[in-house]
Each structure stands twice: as C-alpha cells, then as structure tokens.
Design a protein around this ligand. Structure first.
Ligand SMILES: [Ca+2]
Length: 170
C-alpha cells in the first residue's frame, strides 16, 4: 500500500499588524458639531465663517452645518493634525473645545479674523506627546470677548511641546 503523502497543506491564520485606515466620526448634537477621532493619525480641517456655518473635512469625510455654536474635537491617539480657520470675523457666541489626545499632534488655529461681537471661547488641549500648537489671534472689538486656554498637558517626550501664540495688530 503506497504511503500517503505527508506534505499536506495546513491552512493557518496569520495575525496581521494593525493597518486600519484612520477614520473619524462626524456628528451634530444640538448646536454642537462633534468630531471624534480614533487611535490612528486623524487629519481634521475645520472652517468656520464666524456666524455658525461650519465645515469639517476629516479623513476623506465632509460635513457642512449651520447654526453651530460649539465645535468639539476629540482626536484621541495617533499623531493627529487639526487645522481650524475662522474665515470671517466671529460675530456670535461660539465655543471651541479641542482635545488632541495622545500622540505627537499638530494644531494650527487661525483666529486672525478676530471677534466683532459675541464671544469666542477656545479650549485647546494637546494631551500626551510632543505637540506643536500654533494659535493666531486677531483683534477683539469692544464689548466682544475672546478667551484662549491652551494646555499641553503632560509632556512625555523631548523636546517638549511647542506653543506659539501670535496676535495680529488690533
Ligand atoms: Ca487620532
């Protein structure tokens, strides 16, 4: 009786390295536009016309919204990139809460259009990692309010997080 071949193919599963694409979740909650990142390196760009019209483009998704009074970004882990651009002077109340989470994040916040009425509150947290945060401020009209609160949180890498705040001439 012939010997059965021993060179049999044995299927087997290999565990692959994580290679998921970064993806954000864009949603609207009341008057707030919420951008939730994931553990990957999210690339988030927000434009705001200062009157409640806000557009977000992030990881290939886009959301345009009106009547927005708050923009909330939670980028979570990964080396995230956030740009926020005020394309016209802020003319009503808005609250910007940006938390970049872990990772070596980059934030570029352009408020150079300034605030003509109402108030603009910016709360920017870099989270752990070596973050670079650039905030450009504009003029604030009499009777209007701008509040900028930037925190690098714990610095776990060297060189430490960099923060640059520029103010254009009023
Ligand atoms: Ca992320």
């Amino acid at each position: 009786m012939p010997k059965r071949p021993t060179n049999r193919f044995v299927p087997r599963l290999d565990i692959l390295e994580g290679r998921e694409c970064p993806a954000v979740n864009l949603s609207i909650s009341g008057h707030a536009l919420v951008v939730a990142g994931d553990a990957g390196a999210n690339n988030i760009a927000v434009t705001d016309n200062g009157a409640g019209n806000v557009s977000v483009t992030a990881d290939g998704q886009t959301l345009d919204a009106t009547g927005i009074k708050a923009v909330v970004v939670r980028a979570k882990g990964g080396d995230d990139t956030l740009t926020y651009t005020l394309t016209a002077p802020q003319s009503n109340r808005t609250s910007l809460k940006f938390d970049l989470g872990k990772g070596n994040d980059t934030a570029t916040i352009d408020l150079s259009q300034g605030v003509t009425a109402g108030r603009l509150l910016l709360d920017l947290k870099g989270g752990d990692g070596n973050d670079v945060m650039n905030v450009t401020l504009g003029s604030v009209a009499a009777g209007a309010l701008a509040s900028v609160d930037v925190m690098a949180a714990r610095v776990t890498t060297s060189p430490p997080s960099a923060l640059k705040v520029c103010s254009t001439a009023a």
